[in-house]
Design a protein around this ligand. Structure first.
Ligand code: FES
Length: 139
């Protein structure tokens, strides 16, 4: 279990998040990779602590403002490093951390509670940024 490659470090945006899917006891959950200011990458489950059915990253990257991940629903902000809510209706709450490790330019899942399933959410298909209305990549 664990120790599975999720993505290259360079695929994780500095001003957003990268969505991936993992499984906990066979149940799929979503998680996000978050790049820190020193270039390291950390990870949390993709569910707001205010309404836990609300996803921070809906497929095109959660917004990141002033170093915090922002929930689009009611604008709660979560510190990238700790996942702690610093402002908003769930202030003081903590995103569920997922253990990842960075080596050789890639991010690996090293959390014994989860198995890596895929990058993105759709079966087999990575997130298609080219058709996403929220995409910042205007090719
Ligand atoms: S659901 Fe995220 S702040 Fe309310």
């Amino acid at each position: 279990m664990g120790d599975e490659r999720i993505a290259a470090v360079e695929e994780v945006p500095a001003d957003g998040t990268l969505l991936y899917t993992l499984a906990e006891d066979g149940d799929e959950r979503e998680a996000i990779l978050v790049k820190l200011s020193d270039g390291a990458v950390t990870s949390f489950l993709n569910y707001c602590m205010h309404w836990t059915d609300v996803k921070l990253d809906t497929g095109d990257g959660a917004p990141v403002r002033n170093g915090d991940v922002v929930c689009r629903k009611h604008a709660a902000t979560f510190e990238k490093e700790s996942g702690r809510c610093t402002y908003g209706p769930c202030e003081g709450a903590q995103l569920d951390p997922v253990a990842v490790e960075t080596r050789d330019g890639a991010v690996f899942l090293v959390d014994d509670d989860y198995e890596f399933v895929r990058t993105g959410v759709d079966d087999g298909d990575p997130v298609d940024l080219s058709t996403s209305p929220g995409s910042r990549l205007g090719f």
